[in-house]
Write a protein that binds this ligand. Structure first.
Ligand code: FFO
Ligand code: GTP
Ligand code: MG
Length: 464
């Protein structure tokens, strides 16, 4: 891949969300960007304005010569732009009519509608960013918490790219050294020396790849949220607790047992931990058909959850269903919330302490404003255990494509080591080492298939 701008047609799209807003931005990129904009714009001569300036003026429909909107137009000349091409951004009044009319006028000129992610795709194809950085752009937009945003921003800044590039360079260096040893043997024991070199490097690179893979689990949580199921007997206060965590009344709360009939899913940020909260229908043996389906889903929610919040009502004795749930969640990472502690205690605490560890238990009252504070703190404490900030280089692999490639690279390095163990000829071992180098290169897009680009960028926002 070359770092030289390739010839592309000129593209345009609305880069801001559609709907009413203060300002909308229409972005144009490509050779004709300035010309296309000039045909609609009355104000300064855009050919003459300095790069990276914003200019006041009006958009005029060239056919009717009628004014369409009062605007500000940014001009950014290649190559120091987002796409490495000429970029013009028209800042018009927010609102669908003005924005769409201006886009239509632009498309009437020599520009076509951009595909989703095409601006960023060009930034990649023109060599401003690599593939993992392009993917980070979308992660940044989709980030739901400060932490996931930071991970994406670090990736956009090239932290992962640099690490991968260094690993690849290491591999390349050792392969070059092996070549030299084979072609110009200086020692009698050249084979021993060569295989030692290969082994050392394979072990070292594999260690780094494994380190990256180890961050993936936490990375996935940052992206998708920790799947947290709230379960318990009907009417114990599950939906009240969910609403507390959400800081809004999302789930319906009533004193009728069986109020929640279906599974409710919500994303929430609990002290920096992204949770995907799942409120379930109360579990008890039921003949009601609708509830029965809900109960099945609750059981499924438990089995797929990263964390189970089991809610018990402290104002009534333990029921058979409660005991079942305690048993059902025994193997899960769980927090047992003893709710309704504002009421007189009727639950048998001794029995409870026999089956629930102390650090799993929390008292709460979901009718009090701070009733679920302890739960929030416990979730954050359980999750962090101090290891997010400690990740020294702050690299976290969050992307399924990257994880897959890292696993394959690790396998290729295993083959290198296996080959060396079995005294396989060096040129065969070299093939596996080269394969690891290629797989790592796919993360950064040093090599790729066109279908991959289509598939990746089609998931982007329009105008990005
Ligand atoms: N109006 C506007 N705001 C925006 C963007 C944009 O494209 N337009 N961005 C789009 O996502 C983000 C900013 N990201 C950007 C990244 C690189 C360059 C860029 O022009 N880089 C050049 C020149 C840098 C410089 O002047 O020093 C380069 O790297 O060569 C611009 C925006 C967020 N805000
Ligand atoms: N006194 C007291 N009442 C509570 C507490 N938490 C919830 N409640 C009340 O208990 C009733 C049931 O609360 P919900 O949150 O709907 O219970 P649920 O577990 O979601 O119930 P289902 O959806 O039917 O399974 C409501 O009347 C709540 O106001 C609490 O800590 N103390
Ligand atoms: Mg409920």
């Amino acid at each position: 891949m070359q770092n030289v701008a390739t010839e592309f047609d000129t593209i345009a799209a609305i880069s801001t969300p559609s709907g009413e807003g203060g300002i909308s931005i229409i972005r144009i990129s490509g050779e004709n960007a300035i010309e296309v904009a000039s045909q609609l714009y009355k104000g300064k001569n855009l050919d003459k304005v300095a790069s990276h300036t914003i200019n006041y003026g009006h958009i005029i429909d060239p056919d009717t010569e009628q004014e369409v909107d009062e605007v500000m137009v940014s001009v950014m000349r290649a190559p120091n732009t987002y796409t490495r091409e000429d970029v013009v951004e028209i800042n018009c009044h927010g609102g669908i009519v003005a924005t769409n009319r201006i886009l239509q006028l632009i498309l009437g000129g020599s520009a076509r509608l951009a595909k989703p992610g095409e601006f960023t795709e060009r930034a990649f194809l023109n060599g401003r960013i690599d593939l993992s950085q392009a993917e980070a752009v979308m992660d940044l937009i989709r980030a739901k918490t400060d932490q996931s945003m930071k991970v994406a921003l670090d990736q956009l800044d090239g932290n992962l790219s640099t690490l991968i590039a260094n690993l690849r360079q290491d591999i390349l260096d050792v392969l070059a050294q092996v070549e030299v040893n084979i072609d110009y043997p200086e020692y009698d024991d050249v084979e021993t020396v060569t295989s030692r070199l290969l082994r050392e490097k394979a072990v070292e690179v594999k260690g780094q790849v494994q380190m990256l893979l180890a961050t993936a689990k936490q990375g996935k949580v940052l992206r998708d949220g920790l799947a947290t199921a709230i379960v318990g007997h009907p009417n114990v206060g599950k939906s009240s607790i969910l609403n507390h965590l959400l800081h809004e009344d999302k789930a319906i709360v009533t004193d009728v047992a069986g109020t929640t009939r279906d599974v409710i899913e919500e994303y929430v940020n609990v002290q920096g931990v992204p949770l995907k909260l799942v409120d379930t229908a109360g579990i008890h043996d039921t003949d009601d058909k609708v509830e029965k389906i809900g109960v099945e889903r609750s059981k499924k929610a438990i089995s797929t959850a990263d964390l189970v919040v089991l809610v018990l009502d402290s104002s009534v004795p333990l029921r058979e269903e409660d005991r079942q749930l305690l048993k059902l969640t025994e193997g899960s990472k769980r927090i047992v919330v003893l709710n309704k502690t504002d009421l007189p205690t009727k639950i048998d605490l001794n029995e409870l302490h026999n089956v629930v560890k102390n650090d799993e238990l929390i008292n709460s009252s979901a009718i009090e404003p701070l009733g679920t504070k302890a739960l929030e703190e416990r979730i954050a404490k359980m999750f962090f255990a101090g290891n997010i900030e400690n990740n020294s280089n702050n690299i976290m692999v969050t992307n399924a494509r990257h994880i897959g490639l890292l696993k394959q690279a690790s396998d290729a390095l295993d083959s290198v080591l296996e080959g060396l163990d079995n005294d396989i000829p060096v040129d065969l071992v070299q093939i596996d080492m080269t394969r690891a180098w290629e797989l790592l290169g796919e993360i950064t897009g040093d090599s790729y298939q066109d279908e991959l680009l289509d598939q990746l960028f089609s998931q982007f926002c329009l105008g990005k």
